[in-house]
Design a protein around this ligand. Sequence first.
Ligand code: FAD
Ligand code: NAD
Length: 474
Amino acid sequence: MVVGDVTTGTDVLIIGAGPGGYVAAIRAEQLDLDVTLVEKDAYGGTCLNHGCIPSKALISAADVAYDAGHGEHMGIDADPAVDLSGMIDWKNEVVSGLTGGVEKLCKANGVNLVEGRAEFDGGNTVRVAHSGEGQGSESIEFEHAVIATGSRPVELPGLEFDGENVIDSKGALALDSVPAELVVVGAGYIGMELSTVFAKLGADVTVVEALDGALPGYEDDVARVVKSRAEEIGVDFHFGEAAQGWDESGDGLTLRTENDEGEISEFGAEKVLVAVGREPVTDTLSLDALGLEPDEKGFLVTDEYARTEVEDVFAVGDVAGEPMLAHKGSKEGQVAAEVIAGEPAALDYQAIPAAVFTDPEIGTVGLTEAEAEEEGFEPVAGQMPMRASGRALTLDEPDGFVRIVADRSSGFVLGAQVVAPEASETIAELGLAVEMGATVEDVGATIHTHPTLGEAVMEAAENAQEKAIHTLNR
Ligand code: FAD
Ligand code: NAD
Protein backbone atom coordinates (compact mmCIF):
# COMPACT_ATOMS: atom_id res chain seq x y z
CA MET A 1 0.00 0.00 0.00
CA VAL A 2 1.27 3.47 -0.81
CA VAL A 3 0.60 5.81 2.07
CA GLY A 4 -0.13 9.34 0.97
CA ASP A 5 0.29 12.58 2.82
CA VAL A 6 -2.41 12.07 5.43
CA THR A 7 -2.66 13.49 8.94
CA THR A 8 -4.00 11.47 11.84
CA GLY A 9 -4.21 12.23 15.54
CA THR A 10 -3.41 10.35 18.73
CA ASP A 11 -3.39 10.91 22.50
CA VAL A 12 0.09 9.47 22.94
CA LEU A 13 2.68 9.25 20.18
CA ILE A 14 5.65 7.07 21.09
CA ILE A 15 8.82 7.01 19.01
CA GLY A 16 10.82 3.80 19.31
CA ALA A 17 9.59 0.30 20.17
CA GLY A 18 12.41 -0.80 22.48
CA PRO A 19 11.90 -1.69 26.16
CA GLY A 20 11.20 1.97 26.95
CA GLY A 21 8.75 2.64 24.13
CA TYR A 22 6.75 -0.58 23.91
CA VAL A 23 6.21 -0.73 27.67
CA ALA A 24 5.00 2.89 27.64
CA ALA A 25 2.66 2.02 24.76
CA ILE A 26 1.08 -1.01 26.43
CA ARG A 27 0.74 0.73 29.80
CA ALA A 28 -0.86 3.79 28.17
CA GLU A 29 -3.38 1.57 26.32
CA GLN A 30 -4.18 -0.20 29.61
CA LEU A 31 -5.05 3.25 30.94
CA ASP A 32 -7.49 3.84 28.07
CA LEU A 33 -5.35 6.26 26.10
CA ASP A 34 -5.20 6.13 22.32
CA VAL A 35 -1.60 5.21 21.48
CA THR A 36 0.46 5.27 18.28
CA LEU A 37 3.88 3.61 18.39
CA VAL A 38 6.32 4.40 15.56
CA GLU A 39 9.29 2.10 14.91
CA LYS A 40 11.74 2.38 12.02
CA ASP A 41 13.46 -1.00 12.32
CA ALA A 42 12.27 -3.85 14.50
CA TYR A 43 9.93 -4.25 17.47
CA GLY A 44 11.86 -4.77 20.69
CA GLY A 45 14.61 -2.25 19.87
CA THR A 46 18.28 -2.80 20.57
CA CYS A 47 17.60 -4.92 23.62
CA LEU A 48 15.64 -7.69 21.92
CA ASN A 49 17.22 -7.55 18.48
CA HIS A 50 20.91 -6.70 18.99
CA GLY A 51 21.55 -6.37 22.71
CA CYS A 52 20.36 -8.05 25.89
CA ILE A 53 18.65 -11.06 24.39
CA PRO A 54 21.05 -12.10 21.60
CA SER A 55 24.07 -11.55 23.85
CA LYS A 56 22.56 -13.61 26.65
CA ALA A 57 21.62 -16.36 24.18
CA LEU A 58 25.21 -16.59 22.92
CA ILE A 59 26.55 -16.45 26.48
CA SER A 60 24.38 -19.47 27.35
CA ALA A 61 25.38 -21.37 24.21
CA ALA A 62 29.08 -20.62 24.78
CA ASP A 63 28.73 -21.85 28.38
CA VAL A 64 27.25 -25.15 27.20
CA ALA A 65 30.13 -25.68 24.76
CA TYR A 66 32.84 -24.58 27.18
CA ASP A 67 31.55 -26.48 30.20
CA ALA A 68 31.11 -29.67 28.18
CA GLY A 69 34.71 -29.44 27.01
CA HIS A 70 36.11 -28.66 30.46
CA GLY A 71 34.53 -31.31 32.64
CA GLU A 72 37.41 -33.79 32.96
CA HIS A 73 37.63 -33.24 36.74
CA MET A 74 33.91 -34.10 36.97
CA GLY A 75 34.39 -37.27 34.95
CA ILE A 76 33.26 -35.82 31.63
CA ASP A 77 35.48 -36.22 28.61
CA ALA A 78 34.08 -34.38 25.59
CA ASP A 79 35.35 -32.24 22.75
CA PRO A 80 32.31 -30.35 21.47
CA ALA A 81 32.41 -28.95 17.95
CA VAL A 82 31.18 -25.36 17.74
CA ASP A 83 29.10 -24.36 14.72
CA LEU A 84 28.65 -20.62 15.24
CA SER A 85 26.18 -20.24 12.39
CA GLY A 86 24.00 -22.93 14.03
CA MET A 87 24.26 -21.06 17.30
CA ILE A 88 23.29 -17.82 15.59
CA ASP A 89 20.27 -19.54 13.99
CA TRP A 90 19.12 -20.67 17.44
CA LYS A 91 19.72 -17.17 18.85
CA ASN A 92 17.70 -15.69 15.98
CA GLU A 93 14.80 -18.03 16.80
CA VAL A 94 14.84 -16.85 20.42
CA VAL A 95 14.91 -13.23 19.22
CA SER A 96 12.12 -13.60 16.69
CA GLY A 97 9.91 -15.37 19.24
CA LEU A 98 10.29 -12.44 21.61
CA THR A 99 10.03 -9.63 19.05
CA GLY A 100 6.95 -11.29 17.52
CA GLY A 101 5.54 -11.45 21.05
CA VAL A 102 6.08 -7.70 21.53
CA GLU A 103 4.27 -6.95 18.27
CA LYS A 104 1.37 -9.24 19.18
CA LEU A 105 1.10 -7.81 22.69
CA CYS A 106 1.02 -4.27 21.35
CA LYS A 107 -1.70 -5.16 18.84
CA ALA A 108 -3.71 -7.15 21.38
CA ASN A 109 -3.67 -4.14 23.69
CA GLY A 110 -4.91 -1.88 20.88
CA VAL A 111 -1.69 0.01 20.15
CA ASN A 112 -1.66 1.52 16.66
CA LEU A 113 1.66 0.40 15.14
CA VAL A 114 3.27 2.55 12.46
CA GLU A 115 6.41 1.48 10.62
CA GLY A 116 8.73 4.31 9.64
CA ARG A 117 11.14 6.98 10.82
CA ALA A 118 9.60 9.78 12.90
CA GLU A 119 10.80 13.35 13.07
CA PHE A 120 9.21 16.33 14.84
CA ASP A 121 7.63 18.79 12.47
CA GLY A 122 6.69 21.78 14.60
CA GLY A 123 3.87 22.14 17.09
CA ASN A 124 2.52 18.83 18.28
CA THR A 125 3.16 16.99 15.02
CA VAL A 126 5.56 14.31 13.85
CA ARG A 127 6.20 13.34 10.30
CA VAL A 128 6.77 9.63 9.67
CA ALA A 129 8.71 8.60 6.57
CA HIS A 130 7.72 5.05 5.70
CA SER A 131 10.56 2.80 4.71
CA GLY A 132 10.80 1.51 1.15
CA GLU A 133 10.60 3.34 -2.13
CA GLY A 134 7.25 4.97 -2.88
CA GLN A 135 5.94 4.30 0.62
CA GLY A 136 5.43 8.01 1.28
CA SER A 137 4.99 9.66 4.61
CA GLU A 138 2.29 10.68 7.05
CA SER A 139 1.84 13.32 9.73
CA ILE A 140 0.57 12.46 13.17
CA GLU A 141 -0.67 15.04 15.64
CA PHE A 142 -0.29 14.18 19.29
CA GLU A 143 -1.45 15.35 22.70
CA HIS A 144 1.62 13.84 24.32
CA ALA A 145 4.83 12.39 22.89
CA VAL A 146 7.23 9.89 24.41
CA ILE A 147 10.73 9.83 22.93
CA ALA A 148 12.23 6.35 23.27
CA THR A 149 14.75 6.30 20.43
CA GLY A 150 17.49 4.53 22.38
CA SER A 151 21.21 4.66 21.71
CA ARG A 152 23.88 3.61 19.20
CA PRO A 153 27.49 2.53 19.66
CA VAL A 154 30.14 5.23 19.96
CA GLU A 155 32.43 5.20 16.93
CA LEU A 156 36.13 5.94 17.55
CA PRO A 157 37.90 8.13 14.98
CA GLY A 158 40.24 5.86 13.01
CA LEU A 159 38.18 2.81 13.98
CA GLU A 160 34.93 3.46 12.12
CA PHE A 161 32.67 0.41 11.86
CA ASP A 162 32.92 -1.25 8.44
CA GLY A 163 31.08 -4.45 9.38
CA GLU A 164 33.99 -6.54 8.19
CA ASN A 165 37.24 -5.67 9.97
CA VAL A 166 35.96 -3.31 12.64
CA ILE A 167 32.64 -4.41 14.09
CA ASP A 168 30.25 -3.26 16.81
CA SER A 169 28.32 -5.51 19.20
CA LYS A 170 25.51 -5.95 16.67
CA GLY A 171 28.05 -7.30 14.17
CA ALA A 172 29.70 -9.51 16.78
CA LEU A 173 26.32 -11.07 17.64
CA ALA A 174 25.75 -12.01 13.99
CA LEU A 175 29.12 -13.52 12.95
CA ASP A 176 28.88 -16.82 11.11
CA SER A 177 32.24 -18.17 12.23
CA VAL A 178 34.44 -17.73 15.27
CA PRO A 179 37.35 -15.41 14.43
CA ALA A 180 40.71 -17.03 15.08
CA GLU A 181 41.98 -13.81 16.67
CA LEU A 182 39.64 -11.18 18.09
CA VAL A 183 40.75 -7.90 19.62
CA VAL A 184 38.13 -6.23 21.79
CA VAL A 185 38.44 -2.50 22.46
CA GLY A 186 36.92 -1.61 25.84
CA ALA A 187 36.62 -3.72 28.99
CA GLY A 188 33.16 -2.39 29.94
CA TYR A 189 29.87 -4.28 29.89
CA ILE A 190 29.99 -5.39 26.28
CA GLY A 191 33.75 -5.96 26.14
CA MET A 192 33.69 -8.22 29.19
CA GLU A 193 30.56 -10.17 28.20
CA LEU A 194 31.56 -10.76 24.58
CA SER A 195 35.29 -11.37 25.13
CA THR A 196 34.25 -14.19 27.47
CA VAL A 197 31.84 -15.60 24.87
CA PHE A 198 34.40 -15.67 22.07
CA ALA A 199 37.19 -17.01 24.30
CA LYS A 200 34.86 -19.83 25.38
CA LEU A 201 34.09 -20.54 21.73
CA GLY A 202 37.81 -20.95 20.98
CA ALA A 203 38.92 -17.51 19.68
CA ASP A 204 42.24 -16.09 20.73
CA VAL A 205 40.91 -12.96 22.51
CA THR A 206 42.83 -9.82 23.48
CA VAL A 207 41.14 -6.92 25.31
CA VAL A 208 42.64 -3.43 25.20
CA GLU A 209 41.24 -0.91 27.68
CA ALA A 210 42.18 2.75 28.09
CA LEU A 211 41.75 2.76 31.88
CA ASP A 212 43.77 0.74 34.37
CA GLY A 213 41.19 -1.97 35.05
CA ALA A 214 38.17 -3.83 33.77
CA LEU A 215 34.55 -2.77 34.38
CA PRO A 216 35.08 0.82 35.53
CA GLY A 217 32.22 1.78 37.82
CA TYR A 218 32.35 -1.51 39.70
CA GLU A 219 34.37 -1.93 42.88
CA ASP A 220 37.87 -3.35 42.47
CA ASP A 221 37.23 -6.57 44.39
CA VAL A 222 34.12 -7.23 42.27
CA ALA A 223 35.78 -6.56 38.91
CA ARG A 224 38.89 -8.52 39.94
CA VAL A 225 36.95 -11.80 40.31
CA VAL A 226 35.56 -11.48 36.78
CA LYS A 227 38.85 -10.42 35.23
CA SER A 228 40.75 -13.31 36.88
CA ARG A 229 38.21 -15.84 35.63
CA ALA A 230 38.30 -14.33 32.12
CA GLU A 231 42.10 -14.74 32.19
CA GLU A 232 41.68 -18.39 33.20
CA ILE A 233 39.40 -18.84 30.18
CA GLY A 234 42.13 -17.35 28.00
CA VAL A 235 41.41 -13.61 27.62
CA ASP A 236 44.58 -11.51 27.44
CA PHE A 237 44.13 -8.02 28.96
CA HIS A 238 46.13 -4.89 28.18
CA PHE A 239 45.21 -1.93 30.38
CA GLY A 240 46.17 1.72 29.93
CA GLU A 241 46.02 1.28 26.14
CA ALA A 242 43.76 3.61 24.14
CA ALA A 243 42.86 2.32 20.67
CA GLN A 244 43.93 4.71 17.90
CA GLY A 245 43.42 3.05 14.54
CA TRP A 246 44.17 0.01 12.43
CA ASP A 247 46.13 -1.09 9.38
CA GLU A 248 45.73 -4.01 7.04
CA SER A 249 48.38 -6.68 7.50
CA GLY A 250 48.61 -9.93 5.57
CA ASP A 251 45.21 -11.61 5.73
CA GLY A 252 44.25 -9.77 8.89
CA LEU A 253 44.75 -6.40 10.52
CA THR A 254 46.79 -4.68 13.17
CA LEU A 255 45.22 -2.52 15.86
CA ARG A 256 47.28 0.42 17.12
CA THR A 257 47.01 1.62 20.72
CA GLU A 258 48.76 4.33 22.71
CA ASN A 259 49.49 4.41 26.44
CA ASP A 260 49.80 7.42 28.79
CA GLU A 261 53.50 7.77 27.96
CA GLY A 262 52.69 8.07 24.27
CA GLU A 263 54.12 4.63 23.48
CA ILE A 264 52.46 2.80 20.58
CA SER A 265 51.61 -0.92 20.72
CA GLU A 266 50.24 -3.17 18.00
CA PHE A 267 47.88 -6.12 18.24
CA GLY A 268 47.24 -8.52 15.35
CA ALA A 269 43.65 -9.59 14.76
CA GLU A 270 41.23 -11.11 12.32
CA LYS A 271 38.54 -8.71 13.60
CA VAL A 272 38.33 -5.82 16.03
CA LEU A 273 35.21 -5.41 18.15
CA VAL A 274 34.89 -1.82 19.38
CA ALA A 275 32.76 -1.47 22.54
CA VAL A 276 33.64 1.91 24.04
CA GLY A 277 30.18 3.01 25.14
CA ARG A 278 26.87 4.07 23.60
CA GLU A 279 25.42 7.48 22.83
CA PRO A 280 21.76 8.61 22.77
CA VAL A 281 19.88 8.89 19.47
CA THR A 282 18.49 12.42 19.67
CA ASP A 283 20.13 14.12 16.68
CA THR A 284 17.80 12.57 14.07
CA LEU A 285 14.52 13.82 15.53
CA SER A 286 14.53 17.55 14.63
CA LEU A 287 14.08 18.36 18.29
CA ASP A 288 14.48 22.05 17.52
CA ALA A 289 10.97 21.89 16.02
CA LEU A 290 9.83 21.30 19.60
CA GLY A 291 12.19 23.82 21.15
CA LEU A 292 13.92 20.96 22.96
CA GLU A 293 17.68 20.82 23.32
CA PRO A 294 19.61 17.77 24.51
CA ASP A 295 22.47 18.20 27.01
CA GLU A 296 26.09 18.29 25.84
CA LYS A 297 26.22 14.47 25.63
CA GLY A 298 23.00 14.28 23.61
CA PHE A 299 20.77 13.04 26.46
CA LEU A 300 17.34 14.53 27.14
CA VAL A 301 17.00 15.94 30.63
CA THR A 302 13.91 14.66 32.40
CA ASP A 303 12.30 15.07 35.81
CA GLU A 304 10.98 12.41 38.21
CA TYR A 305 7.91 12.04 35.97
CA ALA A 306 10.05 11.31 32.86
CA ARG A 307 8.94 14.69 31.50
CA THR A 308 11.31 16.83 29.42
CA GLU A 309 11.49 20.60 29.53
CA VAL A 310 8.56 20.62 27.09
CA GLU A 311 5.38 19.97 29.11
CA ASP A 312 3.77 17.40 26.77
CA VAL A 313 6.94 15.58 25.78
CA PHE A 314 8.44 12.74 27.78
CA ALA A 315 11.70 10.82 27.28
CA VAL A 316 12.43 7.31 28.49
CA GLY A 317 15.18 4.72 28.22
CA ASP A 318 18.69 5.29 26.91
CA VAL A 319 17.86 8.78 25.55
CA ALA A 320 16.98 9.87 29.08
CA GLY A 321 20.44 9.13 30.48
CA GLU A 322 22.47 6.63 32.46
CA PRO A 323 22.23 3.89 33.41
CA MET A 324 21.49 2.70 29.89
CA LEU A 325 19.73 -0.47 30.98
CA ALA A 326 16.59 -2.05 29.59
CA HIS A 327 14.75 -2.38 32.89
CA LYS A 328 15.45 1.27 33.75
CA GLY A 329 13.93 2.28 30.39
CA SER A 330 10.88 0.07 30.93
CA LYS A 331 10.21 1.56 34.37
CA GLU A 332 10.49 5.05 32.91
CA GLY A 333 8.11 4.07 30.10
CA GLN A 334 5.58 2.77 32.62
CA VAL A 335 5.82 5.93 34.73
CA ALA A 336 5.54 8.24 31.69
CA ALA A 337 2.35 6.44 30.60
CA GLU A 338 0.84 6.65 34.08
CA VAL A 339 1.70 10.33 34.46
CA ILE A 340 0.15 11.08 31.06
CA ALA A 341 -2.99 9.23 32.17
CA GLY A 342 -3.13 11.36 35.33
CA GLU A 343 -2.08 8.55 37.69
CA PRO A 344 0.02 9.41 40.78
CA ALA A 345 3.28 7.89 39.50
CA ALA A 346 6.91 9.00 39.87
CA LEU A 347 10.36 7.52 39.37
CA ASP A 348 12.51 6.29 42.23
CA TYR A 349 16.00 5.32 41.14
CA GLN A 350 17.17 4.06 44.54
CA ALA A 351 16.84 0.38 43.78
CA ILE A 352 17.74 -0.05 40.09
CA PRO A 353 19.74 -3.26 39.85
CA ALA A 354 22.50 -3.80 37.30
CA ALA A 355 23.94 -7.09 36.11
CA VAL A 356 26.93 -8.04 34.02
CA PHE A 357 26.53 -11.46 32.45
CA THR A 358 30.16 -12.50 32.73
CA ASP A 359 31.61 -15.64 34.32
CA PRO A 360 30.78 -15.33 37.16
CA GLU A 361 28.00 -12.80 36.87
CA ILE A 362 27.86 -9.49 38.70
CA GLY A 363 24.70 -8.11 40.27
CA THR A 364 24.53 -4.85 42.16
CA VAL A 365 21.85 -2.65 43.64
CA GLY A 366 21.76 0.48 45.79
CA LEU A 367 24.84 1.81 47.55
CA THR A 368 28.35 0.47 47.99
CA GLU A 369 30.02 0.90 51.38
CA ALA A 370 31.96 3.92 50.08
CA GLU A 371 28.82 5.52 48.60
CA ALA A 372 26.92 4.92 51.83
CA GLU A 373 29.66 6.72 53.77
CA GLU A 374 29.59 9.59 51.28
CA GLU A 375 25.85 9.88 51.83
CA GLY A 376 26.40 10.26 55.58
CA PHE A 377 25.53 6.73 56.74
CA GLU A 378 27.69 4.70 59.06
CA PRO A 379 27.65 1.52 56.98
CA VAL A 380 28.24 -2.03 58.05
CA ALA A 381 28.93 -4.72 55.45
CA GLY A 382 28.36 -8.45 55.70
CA GLN A 383 29.98 -10.80 53.23
CA MET A 384 29.74 -14.47 52.31
CA PRO A 385 32.34 -16.05 50.01
CA MET A 386 30.90 -18.41 47.40
CA ARG A 387 33.61 -20.99 48.14
CA ALA A 388 31.71 -21.59 51.41
CA SER A 389 28.40 -22.10 49.56
CA GLY A 390 27.46 -25.74 49.07
CA ARG A 391 25.44 -24.86 45.97
CA ALA A 392 28.26 -22.89 44.35
CA LEU A 393 30.58 -25.87 44.88
CA THR A 394 28.06 -28.33 43.43
CA LEU A 395 27.77 -26.03 40.42
CA ASP A 396 31.57 -26.10 40.20
CA GLU A 397 31.53 -22.28 40.35
CA PRO A 398 33.08 -21.26 43.66
CA ASP A 399 34.42 -17.80 42.65
CA GLY A 400 33.01 -14.60 44.13
CA PHE A 401 30.96 -13.39 47.07
CA VAL A 402 27.74 -11.77 48.22
CA ARG A 403 28.13 -8.47 50.08
CA ILE A 404 25.27 -6.68 51.76
CA VAL A 405 25.65 -3.08 52.91
CA ALA A 406 23.45 -1.79 55.71
CA ASP A 407 23.08 1.20 57.99
CA ARG A 408 24.76 0.23 61.28
CA SER A 409 22.25 1.80 63.65
CA SER A 410 18.94 0.99 61.92
CA GLY A 411 20.05 -2.16 60.08
CA PHE A 412 18.32 -0.96 56.87
CA VAL A 413 19.74 -2.61 53.75
CA LEU A 414 21.29 0.14 51.63
CA GLY A 415 22.76 -1.92 48.82
CA ALA A 416 24.48 -5.10 47.73
CA GLN A 417 27.22 -6.34 45.47
CA VAL A 418 27.12 -9.91 44.26
CA VAL A 419 29.75 -11.55 42.11
CA ALA A 420 28.70 -15.16 41.82
CA PRO A 421 26.95 -17.65 39.55
CA GLU A 422 23.42 -16.39 38.79
CA ALA A 423 24.17 -13.03 40.47
CA SER A 424 21.72 -11.44 38.03
CA GLU A 425 18.95 -13.48 39.73
CA THR A 426 20.22 -13.26 43.30
CA ILE A 427 20.29 -9.46 43.14
CA ALA A 428 16.48 -9.37 42.78
CA GLU A 429 16.02 -10.41 46.41
CA LEU A 430 18.43 -7.71 47.52
CA GLY A 431 16.67 -5.12 45.35
CA LEU A 432 13.42 -6.02 47.08
CA ALA A 433 15.14 -5.56 50.45
CA VAL A 434 16.33 -2.06 49.48
CA GLU A 435 12.98 -1.15 47.94
CA MET A 436 10.94 -2.31 50.95
CA GLY A 437 13.28 -0.86 53.57
CA ALA A 438 14.07 -4.33 54.94
CA THR A 439 16.78 -4.69 57.59
CA VAL A 440 19.66 -7.17 57.65
CA GLU A 441 17.75 -8.83 60.47
CA ASP A 442 14.75 -9.36 58.13
CA VAL A 443 16.97 -10.81 55.39
CA GLY A 444 18.97 -12.99 57.80
CA ALA A 445 15.80 -14.27 59.47
CA THR A 446 14.27 -15.32 56.13
CA ILE A 447 14.66 -19.08 55.80
CA HIS A 448 16.34 -19.88 52.48
CA THR A 449 16.14 -23.26 50.75
CA HIS A 450 19.20 -25.48 51.03
CA PRO A 451 21.34 -25.88 49.02
CA THR A 452 20.87 -22.67 47.00
CA LEU A 453 22.92 -19.70 45.97
CA GLY A 454 20.37 -17.54 47.80
CA GLU A 455 21.60 -18.91 51.12
CA ALA A 456 24.67 -16.75 50.63
CA VAL A 457 22.41 -13.69 50.87
CA MET A 458 21.09 -14.89 54.22
CA GLU A 459 24.64 -15.63 55.41
CA ALA A 460 25.91 -12.20 54.29
CA ALA A 461 23.03 -10.55 56.19
CA GLU A 462 23.91 -12.62 59.27
CA ASN A 463 27.59 -11.78 58.82
CA ALA A 464 26.64 -8.09 58.99
CA GLN A 465 25.15 -8.90 62.41
CA GLU A 466 28.21 -10.98 63.37
CA LYS A 467 26.20 -14.19 63.58
CA ALA A 468 26.89 -16.01 60.32
CA ILE A 469 27.34 -19.76 60.72
CA HIS A 470 29.20 -20.72 57.54
CA THR A 471 31.77 -17.92 57.39
CA LEU A 472 33.88 -16.28 60.05
CA ASN A 473 32.30 -13.12 61.43
CA ARG A 474 34.34 -9.95 61.31
P1 FAD B 1 16.24 0.83 22.19
O1 FAD B 1 16.08 -0.55 22.68
O2 FAD B 1 17.53 1.19 21.55
O3 FAD B 1 15.05 1.09 21.17
C1 FAD B 1 14.94 2.29 20.48
C2 FAD B 1 14.13 2.05 19.24
O4 FAD B 1 13.85 3.30 18.65
C3 FAD B 1 14.88 1.25 18.17
O5 FAD B 1 14.12 0.12 17.80
C4 FAD B 1 15.03 2.22 17.01
O6 FAD B 1 14.95 1.59 15.75
C5 FAD B 1 13.86 3.16 17.24
N1 FAD B 1 14.05 4.49 16.66
C6 FAD B 1 15.10 5.33 16.79
N2 FAD B 1 14.89 6.48 16.14
C7 FAD B 1 13.66 6.39 15.57
C8 FAD B 1 12.88 7.25 14.78
N3 FAD B 1 13.30 8.48 14.42
N4 FAD B 1 11.68 6.82 14.35
C9 FAD B 1 11.21 5.59 14.68
N5 FAD B 1 11.91 4.72 15.45
C10 FAD B 1 13.12 5.12 15.89
N6 FAD B 1 20.57 -3.79 29.08
C11 FAD B 1 20.19 -4.55 30.14
O7 FAD B 1 19.43 -4.07 30.99
N7 FAD B 1 20.61 -5.86 30.26
C12 FAD B 1 21.43 -6.43 29.37
O8 FAD B 1 21.80 -7.60 29.52
C13 FAD B 1 21.86 -5.65 28.26
N8 FAD B 1 22.69 -6.18 27.35
C14 FAD B 1 23.06 -5.43 26.26
C15 FAD B 1 23.91 -6.00 25.34
C16 FAD B 1 24.32 -5.27 24.24
C17 FAD B 1 25.24 -5.90 23.23
C18 FAD B 1 23.83 -3.94 24.05
C19 FAD B 1 24.23 -3.15 22.85
C20 FAD B 1 22.99 -3.36 24.98
C21 FAD B 1 22.60 -4.10 26.11
N9 FAD B 1 21.77 -3.56 27.08
C22 FAD B 1 21.40 -4.32 28.15
C23 FAD B 1 21.26 -2.18 26.98
C24 FAD B 1 19.82 -2.19 26.43
O9 FAD B 1 19.81 -2.81 25.16
C25 FAD B 1 19.30 -0.77 26.34
O10 FAD B 1 19.42 -0.14 27.59
C26 FAD B 1 17.83 -0.77 25.92
O11 FAD B 1 17.67 -1.39 24.67
C27 FAD B 1 17.32 0.66 25.86
O12 FAD B 1 15.97 0.64 25.50
P2 FAD B 1 15.31 1.88 24.75
O13 FAD B 1 13.86 1.55 24.61
O14 FAD B 1 15.70 3.13 25.42
O15 FAD B 1 16.01 1.92 23.33
P1 NAD C 1 30.99 0.79 28.72
O1 NAD C 1 30.82 2.22 29.03
O2 NAD C 1 30.44 -0.22 29.66
O3 NAD C 1 32.54 0.46 28.55
C1 NAD C 1 33.34 1.12 27.61
C2 NAD C 1 34.80 0.90 27.95
O4 NAD C 1 35.59 1.34 26.85
C3 NAD C 1 35.26 1.70 29.18
O5 NAD C 1 35.90 0.83 30.07
C4 NAD C 1 36.21 2.75 28.58
O6 NAD C 1 37.24 3.13 29.46
C5 NAD C 1 36.74 2.02 27.37
N1 NAD C 1 37.29 2.88 26.31
C6 NAD C 1 36.78 4.07 25.84
N2 NAD C 1 37.55 4.54 24.82
C7 NAD C 1 38.55 3.64 24.64
C8 NAD C 1 39.65 3.55 23.72
N3 NAD C 1 39.89 4.49 22.79
N4 NAD C 1 40.48 2.49 23.81
C9 NAD C 1 40.28 1.53 24.75
N5 NAD C 1 39.26 1.57 25.63
C10 NAD C 1 38.40 2.60 25.58
O7 NAD C 1 30.37 0.61 27.26
P2 NAD C 1 29.95 -0.69 26.42
O8 NAD C 1 30.65 -1.90 26.94
O9 NAD C 1 30.12 -0.29 25.00
O10 NAD C 1 28.42 -0.82 26.74
C11 NAD C 1 27.53 0.27 26.43
C12 NAD C 1 26.34 0.26 27.34
O11 NAD C 1 25.46 -0.80 26.99
C13 NAD C 1 26.68 0.01 28.80
O12 NAD C 1 27.08 1.20 29.45
C14 NAD C 1 25.37 -0.48 29.33
O13 NAD C 1 24.56 0.63 29.62
C15 NAD C 1 24.79 -1.25 28.14
N6 NAD C 1 25.01 -2.70 28.30
C16 NAD C 1 24.49 -3.32 29.39
C17 NAD C 1 24.70 -4.68 29.56
C18 NAD C 1 24.12 -5.33 30.78
O14 NAD C 1 23.25 -4.73 31.40
N7 NAD C 1 24.53 -6.54 31.12
C19 NAD C 1 25.42 -5.41 28.65
C20 NAD C 1 25.94 -4.75 27.55
C21 NAD C 1 25.72 -3.39 27.38
